[in-house]
Design a protein around this ligand. Sequence first.
Ligand SMILES: C[S@@+](CC[C@H](N)C(=O)[O-])C[C@H]1O[C@@H](n2cnc3c(N)ncnc32)[C@H](O)[C@@H]1O
Length: 239
Amino acid sequence: MRRLLFSLVVLAGCGGGPAASVEAEEVTPESAAAPAKADPPGTYMGRELADTMSHLGADWLTRAERDAEEDTTLMHAQLGLQPGDVVCDIGAGNGYHTLRMAKAVGDAGKAIGVDLQPQMLALLRERAATEGIGNVETILATADDPKLPPETCDLILLVDVYHELSDPAAVLGHLSRALDSGGRIALLEYRAEDPDVPIKRLHKMSKAQILAEFGANSLRLESEFDGLPWQHMMFFVPG
Ligand SMILES: C[S@@+](CC[C@H](N)C(=O)[O-])C[C@H]1O[C@@H](n2cnc3c(N)ncnc32)[C@H](O)[C@@H]1O
C-alpha cells in the first residue's frame, strides 16, 4: 500500500496549498492510443498518483460547509438512485456519501462502503449506527482490489478517490466486473482545468486524463454533469 500521508485536512489535506514540485506529463486521448510503455513507479499514464488521505483527517469529509462548497445535494440528485438499488461507494471514507445513498435506496436496497483503511470503515459504521441506518455494509479493500462480488452493483460511486488509487487499472477491472447488468460507474474528481478550485494539483484531474485512463480500461463515457461548483461528474459503462 502506498505511504499514508498525515494530510492536514482543511483544504490542505485534500489538496489545498501550493502545487507539488514534480510535474507529470498529462496524457491526451491521442497519446493514450500510442503503444503502451511501462508506467514509472508512482505514475499512471503520465499522471503522478496522489497519496492516500489519512483517516486522521476524516472530519474534513463531514465538514458542515461541504454541501455548500461541493453542492452535494445537487450531485446526489444526478445519481438517479431507485429504492432497492445496490450502490457501492469506493473509497467511502467515513461514509459522507454512503449514508446518503443508503437512505435513497431504502431498506429494499443497500449501500456498500469500501475503503482501504479499517479506521475509516469503523467511523462509517459508527455514523450509520448513530443515524439508525441499517442497510449499510462495509468491505475492507486492498490497494488493487475492492473485493466486491461480481455483478452486484447498480451504481459504483467514486468521489475524490480515483486520483489516489495506487493501481488504477486493476481497480477499474474489478469495478467493471462488479457492475450488475445496466450498472454504471459515477466518477467525481476536482477539476484540474479550473484554477479557482482550491485543491492541490495532484488531487485534481482533467477531463482529458480521465477519458484517457477510463478508455484504456474499456470504460466509455455514457453521460456527464457539468453543473457542480468544483468537480467533474462523469458516468461510465463497460464497452
Ligand atoms: C479523500 S477520501 C474521500 C472519501 C469519500 N469518498 C468522500 O468523498 O467523503 C479518499 C478515501 O479513499 C480511500 N482509498 C484510497 N485508495 C483506495 C483503494 N485502493 N480502495 C479503497 N479505498 C481507497 C482512502 O482510504 C480514503 O478514505
